[in-house]
Write a protein that binds this ligand. Structure first.
Ligand code: NAD
Length: 956
């Protein structure tokens, strides 16, 4: 068939389908119709409404629903509708009406709340000549118990379906729901773990003669999902099964390549499987994620590209129907019409072709297609409406989007010719989605879904291991200095391994370092700011070029798992680039000239800065404090923490390679209590940039306040110290998110981030449910060596830290620990102490390990009170969908960094300037606008230009 004829046939058949239904979904008089019509007319209302619907399942009484109606629907035009007192009958009526409208709305897309209801729908579909595939809605799977329950539910579902229905039955499943730690970073373990339930499912399906279709989820799972499914389907036991299906998403730029891969694979396999071709349901999520990470988006930016790609893929797929049975899933009549025309044209047998649609979407079109004699299958999600809410929101977003075909065809009644016109793709620009503020953008982390990047990382981990056991000496005036004492820096994951030997600087060497720093200061302070800034930029580039090696050193020396080590390298790069830019901003002339008088305001460096850094961010914090001091024109004596001195030496190397003059930066490893303390008392030091524990920080603060003999200045101390960070889990929280966020914040890097969550304060209404899921998720965490891709929780830093943490755990009541831990490293199993008294030492003292106290609160106000009742104020979090509670939290939660509905770790330079107050620190934030000011002395100069009554008039 030539192009013109093909197109003509598409138009004819398309018009016939469209003719079936041009009435809007929401043309009726019911309230849910009206709500949706409003939502499509006003974007602001759409957002408010969908957020309210999302939160509805967590509201426990009519009064709560009524108060949330008032809190969410803030548009003036709605005020008359919601202007009721919460005690009045009107509130109950409003709550009931809204609840039942949402439930009616949900029933349009969810085919039943239980199997009995779903079966009724299926019977109806069958009467209309359509078959089905069933999807069981549920909460996100975040623990192994939940994964096992998911499998069991599907086994039961298949058995039930078969007992009730003869002929074709099929279920649709999500691969990631069978294994709670499904992770593209670790394909091997994921494959091993997920294969077991999948095979159980496939075996039972065969006994019952039930088809199994695998859905496709977010992009990060795509490659691994295909890999696992292909491998299983090639095994002798499953190789001859043709009742299995995969899914391909046409909105992905990779999809053409994936289709070719699938065709080659299917040819090799011999027996066809089904390939469901869809456009994809996570476009917004994928795009937002790309923006947040600074990655290129895996999806096409424009709907027309997806539509065009869909047609292209469909053509290829249908041409290869001998190897892959085609299931064309769309609600776009143009796409469907083309599928039908191609099916006839290529003479595809009916068992190699079907059309698919989601339940409740374009149903009349589907009926028409079925009546034309084409096989049609409806994707039928069923389950309780509460866990089904995220599914409902995805459908509502899709249907009310401006580009939605159903909206254009039914609601807007666009002309047929426009609806059926071939898609015209836009030019593809597939660059990274980088957002820049004032010339700065965050360095992107590594996208470990990419196999080549995983290989690079692994190669660096292996390479760095070959470099163990070398000796690192203090570097003074650019020269390594022999020392009398050495310590071993051990690998906390396996303490029999020595990562490096560190020469400990002596007091005389410290004196020499001070003399060199003093001498170098006079030149360095006059070095132009742009030169100093460019050295930092070169250091950033050097770190970016060695990012895999640097993160490997972090894994080996301080036991930080892969993703977190990688993020630390990004942070170090960011500090250099950000402070370079900030210093150039501060160096801009600041003038206030008036006739006869010129006024200048500017900054000068302070002098020698001692940087004392902790081991837990051995690269980022040390680089951050040092680069700030350096770019401001100070010289730096850098004393790393003993446990991370090898990485300290790498920093020295990087600064040297970046062109920092000798003597400006001294690498001075040594004992904190010895040379640290000596430096703190030394009269020639001007500034201490310290990050570490509260006790050491306070000591430095006190010591630095003493005026020593011959000291002619007051010292400044920047002290960033500990935290006892809390997350409040409100009654309206999304528990899927809250459990995952608390677990990640509490146990990421074994709880050794200063920002880590060590207290969860949970509202009564959700306490038991939250705790049960929290415990199960914690038990699922894999504890192991930091550099292994399977590891989610690594070791703690050293033996004394391990002993201290264990002593706290031993004091606790209601203690539940996670998986057993190996004994060849400093491991502590992630531990939850439930029903904790807010005044218990476990709830008050910084433990700095994987220990989380869980506390109960009767009201949100009480939760805030408990949260604030510690000596610290570093980070805090709230999971809530109640706007008034979020407002309360924003005003009253006493923390330097408050995070809402997200984890509380992982601050980014510039986007989340970081640091606390109270006993957490001096409060000027690292990676923020005010940070450099602490390293500078401000000066003002005023010059009288008047001579005998004459003065030039300033130009502006
Ligand atoms: P630490 O206080 O034991 O050590 C920090 C640094 O101080 C090390 O370099 C150490 O050698 C040095 N030191 C020790 N005794 C000293 C002395 N008497 N005089 C001078 N220097 C001395 O802390 P740590 O165990 O390395 O780090 C963990 C602590 O750091 C936790 O309390 C954590 O909350 C805090 N921390 C805070 C932030 C923040 O931004 N607020 C960031 C990271 C870590």
């Amino acid at each position: 068939m030539v192009g013109n004829q093909l197109e003509e046939n598409i138009q004819t058949i398309g018009a016939k389908i469209l003719d079936a239904d041009r009435s809007s979904f929401w043309d009726g008089f019911r309230l849910d119709d009206k709500i949706m019509n409003w939502a499509m007319e006003k974007e602001e209302l759409r957002v408010q409404l969908f957020q309210l619907i999302d939160c509805l399942p967590s509201l426990h009484s009519k009064k709560e629903i009524a108060s949330h109606l008032q809190e969410y629907l803030t548009l003036p035009s709605l005020q008359s509708l919601i202007n009721f007192s919460l005690q009045s009958p009107a509130a109950t009526i409003a709550a009931n009406t809204f609840e039942s409208s949402v439930s009616t709305l949900a029933r349009r897309y969810i085919c039943g709340e239980n199997l009995a209801e779903a079966l009724k729908t299926i019977e109806r579909l069958k009467k209309d000549g359509m078959s089905f595939t069933v999807d069981l809605l549920g909460e996100a799977v975040i623990s192994q118990t939940e994964a096992e329950a998911y499998l069991q539910k599907y086994l039961n579902l298949m058995t039930e379906l078969r007992s009730k229905l003869a002929g074709d039955i099929q279920v649709s499943v999500k691969l990631s729901a069978f294994y709670a730690n499904f992770d593209p970073l670790d394909p091997q373990t994921t494959m091993q773990q997920v294969s077991v339930p999948i095979k159980t499912l496939l075996r039972r399906a065969q006994e019952l003669n039930c088809g199994v279709h695998f859905d496709m989820e977010q992009y990060q799972y795509k490659d691994l999902t295909f890999h696992i499914l292909k491998e299983i389907c090639l095994e002798e036991e499953f190789r001859h099964r043709s009742d299995i299906g995969f899914t391909l998403q046409a909105y992905l730029q990779d999809s053409a390549k994936d289709l070719q891969g699938l065709i080659t694979w299917a040819k090799e396999r011999g027996t066809p499987i089904t390939l469901r071709l869809i456009k994809g349901a996570y476009w917004d999520q994928e795009t937002i994620k790309a923006y947040q990470q600074g990655w290129s988006a895996p999806v096409f930016d424009h709907k027309s590209n997806t539509d065009a790609n869909f047609e292209q893929l469909m053509t290829t797929l249908l041409e290869h129907h001998t190897y892959l049975k085609a299931a064309i899933g769309s609600h776009n009549v143009r796409s469907l019409a083309k599928a039908l025309v191609l099916q006839k044209m290529l003479d595809i047998p009916p068992d190699r072709f079907e059309v698919q649609a989601l339940y409740g979407m374009g149903e009349k079109y589907m009926k028409t297609i079925a009546q034309m004699g084409y096989p049609v299958r409806i994707y039928c999600p069923y389950g309780e409406l509460i866990p089904g809410m995220s599914y409902l929101i995805r459908r509502l977003l899709e249907n009310t989007a401006n580009s939605s075909f159903l909206r254009l065809s039914t609601k807007q009644k666009r002309p047929i010719a426009e609806l059926l016109a071939p898609p015209v793709p836009e030019t593809i620009v597939s660059s990274a989605k980088v957002i820049t503020f004032d010339g700065f953008s965050n360095a992107p982390d590594t996208d470990y879904t990419q196999a080549d990047l995983r290989q690079k990382q692994q190669a660096a981990i292996d390479r760095v291991k070959q470099l163990f056991n070398q000796t690192y000496l203090p570097i003074i005036d650019g020269q390594p200095m022999e020392t009398e004492q050495y310590i071993d820096s051990l690998n906390p994951s396996r303490f029999s391994e020595v990562v490096g030997k560190i020469g400990m600087a002596s007091i005389p060497q410290t004196d020499r370092a001070i003399a060199v720093a003093q001498k170098s200061f006079s030149d360095w302070k006059h070095t132009p700011v742009s030169d100093r800034a460019n050295i930092l930029r070169r250091a950033a580039d050097l770190m970016a070029a060695q990012r895999y090696e640097l993160s490997a050193w972090i894994m080996w020396e301080v036991g930080k798992p892969i993703r977190e080590a990688d993020a630390e390298v990004s942070e170090a790069i960011d500090f250099c680039r950000y402070y370079a830019k900030e210093m150039e901003r501060l160096a801009q002339p600041h003038t206030r000239h008036v006739p006869g008088e010129e006024n200048y305001y500017g900054y000068q460096p302070r002098g020698i800065t001692v940087v004392i850094s902790p081991w837990n961010f051995p690269l980022a914090i040390a680089v951050g404090m040092s680069s700030a001091a350096l770019v401001a024109g100070n010289t730096v004596i850098f004393k790393p923490a003993a446990q991370s001195s090898v990485i300290g030496a790498k920093i020295a190397q990087i600064f040297q390679q970046a062109g920092l003059p000798q003597g400006v930066f001294t690498y001075l490893p040594g004992r904190g209590a010895e040379i640290g303390s000596y430096l703190v008392q030394h009269p020639q030091i001007h500034l201490y940039a310290f990050t570490g524990s509260q006790s050491v920080g306070c000591d430095i603060y006190a010591q630095a306040a003493i005026l020593r003999p011959k000291q002619r200045h007051l010292k400044r101390v920047i002290a960033e110290m500990g935290g006892k960070n809390a997350i409040i889990v409100d009654a309206s929280a999304d528990l899927d998110q809250a459990v995952a966020g608390v677990v990640h914040s509490a146990f990421g890097y074994a709880g050794q981030k200063c920002s880590a969550c060590s207290r969860a304060i949970v509202l009564d209404a959700v306490y038991d449910r939250f705790l049960a899921r929290l415990i199960e998720t914690t038990k699922t965490l894999i504890v192991g060596e930091a550099q292994l891709p399977s590891t989610q929780v690594g070791p703690v830093i050293d033996r004394s830290s391990q002993a201290k943490i264990q002593a706290y755990i031993a004091q606790g009541k209601n203690v539940t620990s996670g998986a057993p831990v190996p004994d060849y490293g400093y491991y502590v199993s992630p531990t939850i102490v439930a029903d904790l008294d807010p005044q218990d030492p476990i709830a008050q003292e910084e433990i700095f390990g994987p220990v989380l106290g869980v506390m109960r609160a009767s009201t949100f106000d009480r939760a805030l009170e408990i949260a604030n009742d510690t000596a610290y104020a570093l980070t805090g979090g709230i999971y809530s969908r109640t706007p008034s509670h979020l407002e309360l939290g924003k005003t009253h939660f006493e923390v330097g960094n408050l995070y809402i509905n997200r984890g509380i770790t992982g601050a980014l330079v510039d986007r989340h300037p970081f640091g606390g107050f109270k006993l957490s620190g001096t409060g000027t934030k690292a990676g923020g606008k005010d940070y450099l000011l602490q390293f500078l002395e401000p000066r003002a100069i005023s010059e009288n230009l008047q001579r005998q009554g004459y003065a030039p008039i300033p130009s502006a």
